[in-house]
Design a protein around this ligand. Structure first.
Ligand SMILES: C[S@@+](CC[C@H](N)C(=O)[O-])C[C@H]1O[C@@H](n2cnc3c(N)ncnc32)[C@H](O)[C@@H]1O
Length: 274
């Protein structure tokens, strides 16, 4: 029975030009319905496939996705966390290996992937997550509660430029929106562009708007000697880009071998506030 329903949907996906039709069928079955009681599997599968048929990305159809060691709720229009961003989490955890009580800021918290993964591994840390999208704050709050981390993350909705800072943070992490506006159409898959908010990708005319804004704001947010961790694209790590930020020293660069979009190289930088 399941084979014939899968064949039916494969045919529909092929006919409608849905990306990765075979993988879509298999992932929706495996992640979406395989653990349900037998009588619920086919009706639920039909429901998920009908969402995929209108080009909804797979994680949004299923409503959850794996990131680092956690399963997180994901929901449009909030960015689906990328596999390469796990590397940013690993780099931070290596640098922050001791369990001293630390406070950190996640700028553009999205579904909470970075902040919650760090909190989960460092029981004495406290986080603040900021995002301009109210849906992101709501989703992070939900994910934090699911994983028992809600009492260690403070959430603030708004533009980082308006964040009312009182105490300085020990470090800051950010996976910034950094695609050049004119490249949005080429670099973002059609299904994501349709369903994920533009604020998750658009870095302005040269892709650097959010990165520059975060560095500018971090002068008033991060303690001297504290780190600023950024995920960047290859061309954004050039020396001339950092020159105007003489308040920081760059201490580490590394890049990821895996990427969501295999033709792009993703870099991670640690800067230190002087
Ligand atoms: C590339 S997404 C990263 C989401 C999440 N941290 C992750 O890695 O999956 C960037 C996030 O920054 C948020 N954002 C964009 N501009 C912002 C601003 N000025 N202030 C606060 N958040 C902003 C977007 O809404 C989006 O959720």
């Amino acid at each position: 029975m399941s084979a014939s329903v899968k064949r039916k949907w494969l045919g529909i996906f092929l006919q409608k030009g849905i990306p990765k039709p075979q993988a879509s069928v298999e992932i929706l079955w495996q992640m979406g319905v395989s653990k349900l009681p037998a009588q619920e599997q086919i009706p639920e599968f039909e429901k998920l496939c009908a969402m995929r048929e209108i080009n909804l990305p797979l994680p949004y159809c299923i409503g959850r996705w794996s990131f680092y060691k956690m399963q997180l709720a994901v929901q449009k229009p909030i960015l689906i966390p990328r596999i390469e961003t796990e590397r940013l989490v690993k780099e931070v955890l290596i640098a922050e290996s001791h369990n001293d009580a630390k406070r950190f800021l996640d700028v553009g918290v999205g579904c909470g992937a970075i902040a919650l993964s760090i909190l989960n591994e460092r029981p004495s840390f406290q986080a603040t997550g900021v995002d301009i999208l109210p849906e992101a704050i709501k989703l992070t709050s939900e994910n934090a509660s699911t994983h028992g981390l809600r009492d260690r993350i403070h959430l603030w909705e708004g533009d980082l430029r308006d964040y009312p800072s009182d105490k300085l943070f020990d470090f800051l992490v950010c996976n910034p929106s950094r695609t050049e506006t004119k490249l949005l159409k080429d670099k973002i898959s059609q299904d994501e562009a349709q369903h994920t908010h533009d604020a998750s990708f658009n870095g302005g005319s040269n892709g650097l708007d959010m990165i520059r804004m975060v560095l500018e704001c971090s002068k008033a947010l991060v303690t001297p000697g504290g780190s600023i961790w950024l995920e960047l694209d290859a061309h954004q790590v050039e020396q001339r880009f950092w020159e105007p930020f003489s308040d920081f020293i760059e201490i580490k660069r590394s890049f990821s071998e895996t990427s969501w979009n295999s033709d792009s190289t993703v870099w991670f930088c640690e800067l230190k506030r002087k």
